[in-house]
Design a protein around this ligand. Sequence first.
Ligand SMILES: *[C@@H]1O[C@H](CO)[C@@H](O)[C@H](O)[C@H]1NC(C)=O
Ligand SMILES: *[C@@H]1O[C@H](CO)[C@@H](O)[C@H](O)[C@H]1NC(C)=O
Ligand SMILES: *[C@@H]1O[C@H](CO)[C@@H](O)[C@H](O)[C@H]1NC(C)=O
Ligand SMILES: *[C@@H]1O[C@H](CO)[C@@H](O)[C@H](O)[C@H]1NC(C)=O
Length: 480
Amino acid sequence: MTIKQQGTTFTFHSSSKDSINTSKVVTQSGVHFVVMQQEVPTKRTTPKSVRWSVSFLFMYATIYCFHVHLRLRLIQTKDLQSRENNIITDHFRSVIPGSSDVFVFSAFGIHSDSDDFSQSDNVTVSISSVVDMDSPVRDYKCILRRKESPTAIWTKATLQLYPESHGRRFTAAAFSCMVKDVIDLDTVSLVADNKENPAVVLPIMFPSEAKRTFTVCVPPLNSRYSKAYQLVEMVEVGRLLGADHYFFYNYSTEWNVDVVLNHYKSRGLATIIQWSLPLALQINGTDGTSEEARLHYFGQLVMLNDCLNRNRGASKYVIFQDLDELLIPKNHQSWNDMLNSLPANMAAYMFRSSFFHLDWPNTGLDSNVINEIAKPYKAYAFIKQYREERIFGRSVRSKYIVDPLQVQVVGVHNVWKFRKGGKSYHVPPEVALVHHYREMKQNQQIRSQRDNSTLRYIGALYQIQRTWRSLLHIPLGPMN
Ligand SMILES: *[C@@H]1O[C@H](CO)[C@@H](O)[C@H](O)[C@H]1NC(C)=O
Ligand SMILES: *[C@@H]1O[C@H](CO)[C@@H](O)[C@H](O)[C@H]1NC(C)=O
Ligand SMILES: *[C@@H]1O[C@H](CO)[C@@H](O)[C@H](O)[C@H]1NC(C)=O
Ligand SMILES: *[C@@H]1O[C@H](CO)[C@@H](O)[C@H](O)[C@H]1NC(C)=O
């Protein structure tokens, strides 16, 4: 039986008296449901009962149809809305087609420094970019467009090279364009010299309403990243500390990590941004950590600032931390409690770091939860309870929490540029420490000391277990 409705084909499959099973095939042209009538639940069929059951089935089918159709439309609109709220461009694109002079990724509108950020109609549009230091082209302009307005605004683009390029040919950068007294800015294009036709049009993202308290930005997942156990531990411990959301940048992952990422994404805990670097930047292999890579560490500086900008307004605080790190308060239960004990309204809170060696012996703690959860699920924060006595100095391997409204440019271990009036505060290691878990093949004697401060978060282990149980047979990793 086939029922046509608004050009979409619906068919129904009834396998038992009480339930109707549908199998769904989504095609480009629409949604098709297949209905197969297996057994009409009548033994002796008079023409009347056949008519009745057919019309009953038809009615049921129509109602079901309508219901499913509605639900699908709801899902589609929701999807569209979330895409609109969270426009994600997923490619670096070349500004001069066919060349590698400048690649752009995303664009952000930032209201000029004033007492009230949102009241100013003077806007700086900042375009996340990667530029070729060998390129002779240096003059760029922005073409800005407003919503529902045919006239374009041309302005000079100022190039700001980010630090930490480590002498590579390509460097992370931002082009900024200032416009005065303009509302409803919508898109921006960067063009070289006086080229009229832009190759790339980027939507301009503006600070949104505050949605979250703590958002964590994680550097690009790379080299077929497959330590799913590390990801799960980081997210679950982070949630106990107060993390509301994680931003992951996907350069290269293994399938087990994809499953974990999608698990958190579907629960609204993670945003995954494709981080597909152009081939020109990958030459000499995909290993951005090697000396020969053309761009330092998979464009980490572009990524960090992209994440900062995406969260300006959306999150009260943004935390920058690596996959093998945890920011652990020493006297408080949560990041929020800890920040409340520190000087208020700082633009950045800087945290010092210390190594926990993974090759040092496991904790002597012989509890069920350690033996039955931490060990099988490789939750090292609860197994490794010794750290180096040495705590790195300020800005050496430090990580930080920022108020994104007060910060302009961030780096790997420190903030490079504050907005007007922004100040940083160095948090004493007695208040909180970045735990950096790593494998170290060193022979020399290193002074160690016990640090069991993660035990306050041992409740995360139950959540780690729950997560892995719901993921069933996914390998913990590493896989390569
Ligand atoms: C915008 O810029 C103009 C010109 O520089 C300046 O006079 C004005 O005060 C600025 N407005 C705000 C709200 O900052
Ligand atoms: C990460 O990127 C790869 C392609 O590089 C893709 O196959 C994979 O599905 C992505 N993972 C997620 C979780 O989006
Ligand atoms: C990387 O590229 C440079 C020049 O572009 C070349 O000299 C070098 O041998 C290459 N290295 C590898 C590992 O391919
Ligand atoms: C944690 O370490 C301290 C000493 O640093 C010790 O007094 C305390 O008993 C330890 N706690 C646990 C649960 O092992």
